[in-house]
Ligand binder design. Structure first.
Ligand code: IPE
Ligand code: IPE
Ligand code: MG
Length: 253
């Protein structure tokens, strides 16, 4: 894998970009096409943008592809999305392996069609973990509240088994941020530095609430199928100008 040995650090410390892939429906409606055509174009853009991400030396990207609330949509639209994802994981797999893209998936996958589940399992196994130049974290049937509940449930179960094994002081120890983080679907990815929302809505829509506590949030009216290399450059330039204080004071004070 070319360049795999050294995922060198960027000077701007930009390690994790999260993108809400929004605006596919409006892109299609503007052209008199079906919403599913919009998702198809969105998937096509994702292919293109993954190529670009490989050149940027950013180790982690999270892509919001389907939320826990998106089940409210018509069945035909939803099954179109599974078809696109099945296709993506199958057709792009070799390319991802060759280029050092590790496919990770975050969300409750048990509700997905069996075909999609197996495509995801194969893709994440074959793209391995070691030597990835880029980890592409696909958030599918993902919702932050679901994720945090799931993490809390796992911690409770661990505490119960510690208790049953007579390890009482471990069983009652307080839960800290590190422990909760380690049970999130996105673990071991670091916190989000830059969250990008194409499509113009100023909301997070249940995406990475915990992980984005100090993310810079960039909203653009550009719809996801039109969000190209230039738009990403613009977002990164904007990010570089932010003064990230994390509750402290600016270095220049
Ligand atoms: C985002 O695009 C993709 C998914 C939610 C799967 P939308 O389908 O929400 O597009 P708009 O917001 O209607 O334009
Ligand atoms: C967020 O977009 C979810 C994804 C892009 C996968 P939505 O279109 O579902 O969000 P809302 O309904 O506008 O908040
Ligand atoms: Mg939308």
């Amino acid at each position: 894998v070319p360049g795999a040995e050294k995922v060198s650090e960027r000077k701007d410390n930009l390690k994790h970009i999260a993108i809400i892939l929004d605006g596919n429906g409006r892109w299609a409606e503007k052209r008199g096409l079906s919403r599913s055509e919009g998702h198809k174009e969105g998937a096509h853009n994702l292919d293109r943008m993954l190529e670009y991400f490989l050149t940027l030396n950013i180790p982690y990207i999270s892509l919001y592809a389907f939320s826990t609330e998106n089940w409210k949509r018509p069945v035909a639209e939803i099954s179109g999305i599974w078809k696109l994802l099945n296709h993506f994981f199958k057709v792009r797999l070799d390319h991802c392996v060759k280029n050092g893209i590790h496919i990770k998936v975050s969300g409750d996958l048990s509700k997905l069609p069996k075909l999609t589940q197996s495509a995801i399992r194969i893709a994440s196994a074959k793209t391995g973990k070691s030597k990835a130049r880029l980890t592409a974290n696909f958030c599918i049937n993902y919702g932050s509240r679901n994720e945090i509940l799931h993490a809390a449930g796992e911690i409770v179960n661990e505490r119960i088994s510690l208790f049953k094994n007579g390890k009482l002081s471990d069983a009652v120890k307080p839960v800290n941020e590190e422990e909760l983080s380690s049970h999130l679907y996105t673990s071991p990815l670091p916190d989000v530095d830059l969250m990008i929302r194409p499509g113009g809505e100023s909301r997070i829509s249940n995406f990475l609430l915990w992980q984005s506590a100090y993310a810079e949030i960039y909203v653009t009216p550009v719809l996801w199928p039109d969000f190209n290399e230039k738009e990403l450059d613009k977002a990164i330039r904007w990010y570089k100008k932010r003064d990230r204080r994390f509750g402290g004071l600016s270095d220049t004070v």
